[in-house]
Design a protein around this ligand. Structure first.
Ligand code: FES
Ligand SMILES: [Fe+2]
Length: 358
């Protein structure tokens, strides 16, 4: 599929790869099996047995190796067959599965799908807050029947919040001074929105000091290639820096990992540094996230994907609004990165402009 391959994608939350468990997941059209070795380290190998192509996650965890659940071939973390229980036990040369670099960092499991060197320094340090023990984290994941780029678009253009999330996430106060500013900063696309002196949006009122009438609201996005976004959002007390005198905010991370051309894995983590011991706040945030992403964003994006079909968005000549600036910058940058990667790796260019808007 047309996507950046030599890049880190989030493959799982660490606790999804429990000891002794076999986690099967398709990423960039490739079946992957993730499991933990006896020393606790997580590994990823091809998820399809090379014999009769049974899914290896339906097999058995044998410690450092796994056994195919169909006819018993065993494979190690290096992808090689370690045991053939049939005939003279010779391991056929092609009895191997691919292997993938897998790294646990910032409380996430990252996978590298390309053939170039898996440079761990490319995992952005900006995501370290997801593992910050001084914050409370509410995590989740969704499976979405839509192209991953539509999910990135959704987040990078939060003007949709005023309509799609009216009454849940957004309120009328948030229309005031709504001017997002998008720019390219190296390989990162940033989109900042400052709304000084507005009435506190309803969602934040329970966390603010009682009687707060006006706040400086902020909602800033940063996209890190290929498809990971950080979103600090909240209320500062008028003229004060973040977190001072009762100002509250959250910082969330959104990781979109392509499953196929038409489906995606959506990992999200919302974190806060206020109300740390409040179960009531945890429950309220969890319910809001599930409702907003699962019941509002997901159905709209899936329906949008169906409307577009499997064609390049650009070929439909979309209307471009000022609020699309960040999504245009992201698509343009990603298309450049893919083009460069194709030139480097000699991969055939399929649909050169498939991901560009302009
Ligand atoms: S399909 Fe795996 S051993 Fe036969
Ligand atoms: Fe949304």
């Amino acid at each position: 599929m047309e996507a950046l391959r030599n890049a880190w994608y989030v493959a799982a939350w660490p606790d999804e790869i429990a000891r002794g468990a076999l986690l099967g997941r398709t990423i960039l059209n490739e079946p992957i099996l993730m499991y933990r070795k006896r020393d606790g380290s997580a590994v990823a190998i091809g998820g399809r047995c090379p014999h009769r192509f049974a899914p290896l996650h339906l097999g058995r965890h044998m410690g450092d190796t796994i056994r195919c659940g169909y006819h018993g071939l065993e494979f190690g973390a290096d992808g090689r067959c370690t045991l053939n229980p049939h005939g003279n036990g010779v391991m056929p040369e092609n009895a191997t599965v691919p292997t993938y670099p897998l790294v646990e960092r910032h409380a996430m499991v990252w996978i590298w799908m390309g053939s170039e060197h898996a440079d761990e320094s490319l995992i952005p340090d900006e995501f370290a807050f997801v593992a910050d023990p001084g914050r409370v984290h509410i995590r989740g994941m969704l499976h979405v029947e839509a192209h991953y780029q539509l999910l990135v678009d959704n987040l990078m253009d939060l003007s949709h919040g005023l309509y799609l999330h009216a009454g849940t996430l957004a309120t009328d106060q948030m229309q005031e001074n709504f001017v997002p500013k998008a720019r390219l900063d190296g390989d990162v696309v940033r989109c900042d929105r400052e709304q000084p002196g507005i009435e506190p949006p309803a969602l934040w009122v329970p966390a603010l000091p009682p009687g707060t009438e006006r706040v400086d609201y902020y909602s800033n996005l940063s996209w890190h290639a290929p498809s990971n976004v950080i979103h600090p959002v909240g209320c500062r007390m008028l003229g004060k820096p973040e977190g001072v005198d009762g100002g509250v905010g959250s910082r969330s991370a959104h990781m979109f990992t392509p499953e196929t051309e038409t489906t995606s894995h959506y990992f999200y983590s919302n974190s806060r540094d206020y109300g740390l011991d409040s179960q009531e706040t945890d429950d309220r945030i969890r319910a809001t996230l599930e409702r907003v992403f699962g019941n509002e964003d997901r159905p709209m994006i899936e329906a949008q994907h169906k409307m577009i079909g499997n064609v390049d968005l650009d070929s439909l000549h979309p209307v471009v609004l000022p609020s699309d600036r960040a999504t245009v910058l992201v698509r343009r940058r990603l298309a450049q990165l893919i083009k460069r990667e194709n030139a480097r790796t000699g991969r055939e260019q399929v649909g050169e402009d498939a991901l560009s808007v302009r």
